[in-house]
Design a protein around this ligand. Structure first.
Ligand code: ATP
Ligand code: MG
Length: 259
């Protein structure tokens, strides 16, 4: 049974998609069967893995036009990585989901039907705390929060934490926080201050691995590749592989291995 991990932060541009693509790819390269679900109408995870952003995907599954297993794509480059794509159609999901019967559990239904086939399912959320994101948090086992190393990084996180609390109390009591990943780190006083604030605030929930700002990470999506295939020697590749090892180590006891 797969563990389902949502990558969420309603703040835009903090590294959700970069982390989703490269963590999913790294975990797959380390031998686990991984599905990445692109749940953002921007479809950056879909294009970042080199796929067409006009195919049937998560939206068509939500409205019942297709079965997820029929629209999942296999990565050409990484044997154990699959993608459930997104497209601009997903902009309608917040409105459509809210009118459906069992509205909060639609994405959970889709995700649960896929759990048996993978070890980990990562879901890349859009920068919003709307109906679709709440649906995803209802479907997930845990939330991984990318935090950009910048001024006021912690500001806004309380809104996300409140949403997680609300989902936990009303919709999904088992929901956990997987951890906080610091992204786009540069060695300077301000960034070091953010790192220490996040560590003080969240303790062990903050990953030891810090993702540095690395130009190669910004270039890789335009080549449709995760960083380790675009430039294996880049700092970004080393950082994300290290994050994946730490992620798997943390899950060693709670999430048993399936070969
Ligand atoms: N560590 C990094 N070093 C350099 N550039 C990065 C890094 N992480 C992300 N970027 C770049 O920063 C931009 C925002 O990153 P990304 O798309 O991952 O954020 P996001 O949180 O998914 O954004 P959105 O909220 O719009 O979905 C992208 O152009 C990405 O390539
Ligand atoms: Mg994104």
């Amino acid at each position: 049974m797969a563990k389902v991990v949502a990558l969420a932060n309603q703040k835009g541009g903090v590294g959700k998609t970069t982390t989703a693509i490269n963590l999913a790819a790294s975990v797959a390269l380390l031998g686990k069967k991984v599905l990445l679900i692109d749940a953002d109408p921007q479809a950056n995870a879909t294009s970042g893995l080199g796929f067409d952003i006009n195919l049937d995907g998560i939206y068509e599954c939500i409205v019942g036009e297709c079965k997820a297993s029929d629209v999942i794509l296999h990565s050409e480059d990484i044997k154990k990585l699959w993608l459930l794509p997104s497209s601009i159609n997903l902009v309608a999901a917040d409105t459509e989901l809210s009118t459906m019967e069992n509205a909060h559990h639609i994405i959970k239904g889709i995700v649960d039907s896929l759990r048996d086939n993978y070890d980990y399912i990562f879901i890349d959320c859009s920068p919003s705390l709307g109906f679709t994101t709440v649906n995803i948090l209802t479907a997930a086992d845990s939330v991984l929060v990318p935090v950009q190393c910048e001024y006021l990084a912690l500001e806004g996180l309380s809104k996300l934490l409140n949403t997680i609390k609300m989902v936990k109390s009303r919709l999904n009591p088992e929901l956990q926080i997987e951890g906080f990943v610091l992204t786009m780190y540069m060695r300077n006083k301000l960034n070091n201050q953010v790192v220490s604030e996040v560590r003080t605030h969240f303790g062990e929930l903050a990953y030891e691995t810090i993702i540095q700002r690395n130009i190669r990470l910004g270039e890789a999506p335009s080549h449709g590749k995760p960083i380790m295939l675009y430039d294996a020697s880049a700092t970004g590749a080393t950082n994300y592989l290290s994050l994946a090892r730490e992620f798997l180590k943390r899950n060693r006891n709670t999430h048993s291995k399936k070969e």
